[in-house]
Design a protein around this ligand. Structure first.
Ligand SMILES: [Mg+2]
Length: 279
């Protein structure tokens, strides 16, 4: 049976509705997901002054702690050092996420990320350059430890991203890039042999300790709580509502594919511990 054969038997309003729904624009709209679950997170990153203020807050606290460590530092002590993550800590990924929203993409897209990195897309986060240059002015070395993989040019791109944004210590003695692992502890331990690491900067708990790398929401929370005294002291944490290992705790994968199943999981995670109307 075709619509044409039934023209005379359907009500005129139903025929009009069918005509509208068969237009290409409607068909395209109907085939796209109802909403991108990251829209609110990206809108917040892109527009909220509060998001920027949290970076200033983090770097202001870092400076207070650094000044305290400098006052306590005595001749002969191991030199002070800072270990910092790169993405979403000292370099912002906002323009990449804006691209993702404009392209109708959800979750994470490795191909787009790699092109954005190679195109020198990242810009410094608010307060990062000022704080790290302050540390440098006090003779405190900054070591960058990051996990990235853009193939053979991974290291070159990471260095270029830091240098383009005038971040100090952008050289091969101070930048470590792990291509095959997100475990940063081997390099962290190496740095700690010769330095007193007074601050660690990151947007992901895994930037501080590998023990947080677990795929369970409640376990992550309880491991973090064990170290609650460290936040704002040694660990300076920056906000990231779009990516990181908190996603691994929900999906079992830090970069889950944008499937209907994962969209449902994301929605279920957002609705956990929800208030329910009492009749
Ligand atoms: Mg990061």
């Amino acid at each position: 049976m075709t619509i044409k054969n039934h023209r005379t038997s359907v009500a005129p309003w139903l025929f009009s509705l069918l005509a509208i729904t068969c237009t290409p624009a409607f068909a395209e709209q109907a085939s796209t997901p109802p909403s991108n679950l990251l829209t609110a997170a990206v809108a917040w990153k892109q527009t909220a002054a509060e998001f920027e203020a949290l970076y200033y807050q983090g770097f202001n606290i870092a400076r207070l702690q650094l000044d305290r460590a400098l006052q306590e530092h005595k001749a002969g002590d191991r030199p002070l050092a800072i270990i910092s993550d790169v993405d979403d800590t000292v370099l912002s990924s906002n323009s990449y996420w804006g691209y993702m929203i404009n392209s109708g993409k959800e979750f994470f897209d490795d191909e787009a990320w790699d092109k954005w990195v190679a195109d020198n897309g990242p810009v410094a986060t608010p307060g990062a350059v000022e704080f790290l240059k302050y540390a440098q002015s006090k003779g405190v070395e900054v070591f960058y430890v990051t996990s990235r993989d853009q193939g053979e040019k991974t290291y070159e791109y990471a260095l270029a991203n830091l240098r383009k944004n005038q971040l100090p210590y952008a050289d091969d003695q101070h930048l470590t890039v792990y291509r095959d692992s997100s475990n940063k502890e081997p390099r962290q331990q190496e740095i700690a042999k010769d330095h007193n690491v007074v601050l660690m900067l990151g947007d992901n708990l895994n930037d501080f300790k590998r023990k947080y790398y677990v795929a369970d929401v409640k376990q992550r929370s309880s491991l973090m709580t064990e170290d609650k005294e460290q936040f704002g002291r040694k660990f300076i944490l920056f906000p990231n509502p779009t990516d990181g290992h908190w996603l691994k705790a929900i999906f079992g994968d830090s970069e889950p594919p944008a499937t209907a199943e994962n969209r449902a999981k994301f929605k279920a995670a957002a609705g956990a511990n929800a208030w329910q109307v009492k009749d």
